[in-house]
Design a protein around this ligand. Structure first.
Ligand code: MRU
Length: 345
């Protein structure tokens, strides 16, 4: 049984309507918004109002349903409608290039378009909606299993470091790495979590600290540059993070800063675990060097919490993710089990 948590998923599909929690406003306010157009859905993903690889996949799947409903009013022929649907799908697919769960979901949708089994626009929309509902409910189940398996790696009174946000907000279920923390907490393991703030967009301080605090898990927030000191001084037992894309050899792309934590963990002899559904594995890529890394707006680095924090024109790099080589990873947990090198997922 998965733990009952009071944090709602970042994405909600209810009575044929799509809602999301605006994650850019947490912890200041908790706003649930409805998606009524494709433009709103696209902007929500681009601006990280909806974020976290599994949540993006579920959200984009339902956004496609809504976009197709919008198109249905145009009285297109079935073929023209299918073409239009693929165009919308490509648009959603291009929003976040690193998170592979999105491409998995859009490939499933494309298969429906190309199945040749639909004979009307209504039937197509119906099938796309059913596929989106499957993607959502599968992700809930995946999270519950990941929580259970990840929990097996967490000892009583474990002191855990984590990065970014991998909780309910980032998935359709209880989360991935954070799902394991919820499960350990339910099992009364008395864990302590050290959450890295996760510059530049602060998913750790704004979202992870908020989720864990609400769940009653003992949580300490640190800035990213404190990680080495805290690993040593606080005797961290394990590092556990999520993933945006895992190559066949286990190299793992995750939020920028993850690679640094893995190097530090190796130095201090601390186990480093990745927890992610198999939908985060990209079986087309032999190694992590081939993972496309999203480069985001430089102003996210030049500014801090809405205020200018650097000379306004200073050149900036802003890669949203980095790739941790598999040799720095102790094990990767997917719903299929706890994998160790050499990896076969
Ligand atoms: O840019 P974000 O906030 O979407 O990045 C999220 C992460 O890096 C998460 O660790 C990853 O998507 C896993 S979420 C279960």
């Amino acid at each position: 049984m998965s733990p009952t948590i009071e944090i709602p998923s970042g994405v909600e599909w209810a009575n044929g309507r799509l809602y999301f929690i605006d994650q850019t406003r947490i912890p200041l306010e908790f706003i649930r918004k409805e998606v009524t157009t494709l433009d709103i859905a696209e902007e929500a993903i681009l601006s990280l109002k909806v974020r976290g690889a599994p949540a993006i996949a579920t959200f984009a799947s339902f956004a496609l349903v809504l976009a197709l409903r919008e198109q249905a009013g145009k009285q297109l022929t079935l073929n023209a409608f299918l073409e239009e649907g693929i165009r919308v799908l490509e648009r959603l697919l291009s929003t976040r290039p690193t998170a592979v769960n999105l491409s998995h979901a859009m490939r499933r949708m494309r298969n429906v378009f190309e199945s040749g089994t639909v004979s009307s626009v209504e039937q197509l929309i119906d099938q796309i909606q059913r596929e989106a509902e499957h993607i959502e409910s599968e992700d809930k189940d995946l999270c519950a299993t990941l929580g259970r398996l990840g929990n097996d790696l967490i000892g009583h009174r474990a002191r855990i470091m984590t990065h970014c946000n991998t909780g309910a907000l980032a998935t359709a279920g209880i989360g991935t790495a954070i799902g394991a923390f919820y499960t350990a907490h339910r099992d009364r393991k008395d864990i302590s979590v050290f959450a890295c703030e996760t510059r530049p967009l602060l998913q750790g301080s704004r979202l992870t600290a908020w989720e864990l605090d609400r769940a009653g898990i003992r949580t300490t927030l640190i800035t990213d540059n404190m990680a080495a000191h805290i690993m040593k001084e606080e005797k961290i037992d394990l590092v556990m993070v999520g993933a945006d894309r895992i190559a066949r050899n286990g190299d793992t792309a995750n939020k920028i800063g993850t690679l640094g934590l893995a190097i530090l963990a190796k130095h201090y002899g601390i186990p480093f675990y990745v927890v992610a559904p198999s939908t985060s594995v990209d079986s087309t890529l032999p190694r992590g060097s081939e993972i496309e890394i999203e480069e985001r707006n430089p102003d996210e680095v030049r500014r801090f919490a809405g205020a200018q924090a650097s000379p306004p024109q200073i050149p900036v790099r802003n890669p949203a993710f980095d790739v941790t080589p598999s040799e720095l990873i102790t094990a990767i947990v997917t719903e299929r089990g706890i994998h160790r090198a050499p990896y076969s997922f």
